[in-house]
Design a protein. Structure first.
Length: 225
C-alpha cells in the first residue's frame, strides 16, 4: 500500500437511513478520511445536510472529517461546521467573494483549509492563495450529484496544479468519477487524496466496502507517478 495515498469515501453515496452505521463501516473497512459533501440547493442543484447531521454522526468515527462545502456564501457557516466536528473545511473559489479572508477564517477555527475549483475554473484562480491552504480539491465532475462520469480534460489541470503546489505541504484531492478504472491516471497526474462515493459503497456491506477500498488502493499504487 502506498502510504501517501488517502481514500476518502463520500457519505453522499451511503444509505442515509443508517448514516452513522455506514460511516463506522467504511472506517473499519479502511477509509483514511470521511468526506462530507454539503450542498445547499443554490450553489449546486441539490440539498444534502448541515452541521446538526455532522454533529450527530461525529461519534461514529475518529477519522478525519473532510467537509466539502458546495454552498453559496460559506463564511456564515464555517463556525457551525467546525463546532460540529469537522477537521477540514473546503470552500469553492467560485462561491467566495473574498477567498483569502475565508481561508484565514477556516484556519482560525483550528481546521485545515481547503479550496475547490469546478471543472471549468482554471487553476490560476487559486494561484495566489496557495500559501493559505492545506488542500486543493479539483472537481472532475460538475458538482451537485453523485455517480457522474470522470471528465478526462481535468487530468491536465491536476498536472498543472501539482507543478504549482511544488514543495508546499498541500494535499491534492480529486472528487468525481474516481474508480479503479480512473484512479491510476489521476494518481499519475499528481493527486494524492481521492474522494470516491459509489466506487466505495457499491455492494452495501462492510466486506464490499473493504474490497472496494482495497481495489482503489491497488490501482492507485500500481500507477503512481
Amino acid at each position: 500500500m502506498d502510504g501517501d495515498i488517502l481514500i476518502a469515501p463520500s457519505i453522499l453515496s451511503s444509505d442515509f437511513s443508517r448514516l452513522g452505521e455506514e460511516i463506522a463501516a467504511v472506517d473499519r473497512a479502511g477509509a483514511d478520511w470521511i468526506h462530507l459533501d454539503v450542498m445547499d440547493g443554490r450553489f449546486v442543484p441539490n440539498i444534502t445536510f448541515g452541521p446538526p447531521v455532522v454533529a450527530a454522526v461525529r461519534g461514529a468515527s475518529a477519522r478525519f472529517f473532510d467537509a466539502h462545502l458546495m454552498i453559496a456564501s460559506p463564511d456564515a457557516y464555517l463556525e457551525g461546521f467546525a463546532k460540529a466536528g469537522c477537521d477540514g473545511i473546503t470552500v469553492h473559489a467560485e462561491a467566495c467573494t473574498h477567498l483569502d479572508r475565508t481561508l484565514q477564517a477556516i484556519r482560525a477555527l483550528d481546521c485545515r483549509a481547503g479550496v475547490a475549483i469546478n471543472p471549468a475554473t482554471p487553476e490560476t484562480a487559486i494561484e495566489y492563495v496557495l500559501d493559505r491552504v492545506d488542500l486543493v480539491l479539483v472537481m472532475t465532475v460538475n458538482p451537485g450529484f453523485g455517480g457522474q462520469s470522470f471528465i478526462p480534460a481535468t487530468l491536465e489541470k491536476v498536472r498543472r496544479l501539482r507543478a504549482m503546489i511544488g514543495a508546499r505541504p498541500i494535499r491534492l484531492q480529486v472528487d468525481g468519477g474516481v474508480a479503479p478504472e480512473t484512479i491510476g491516471a489521476i494518481r499519475q497526474a499528481g493527486a494524492d487524496t481521492f474522494v470516491a462515493g459509489s466506487a466505495v459503497y457499491r455492494g452495501g456491506t462492510e466486506d464490499n466496502y473493504r474490497n472496494n477500498i482495497d481495489a482503489l488502493r491497488r490501482s492507485a499504487s500500481v500507477n503512481k507517478a
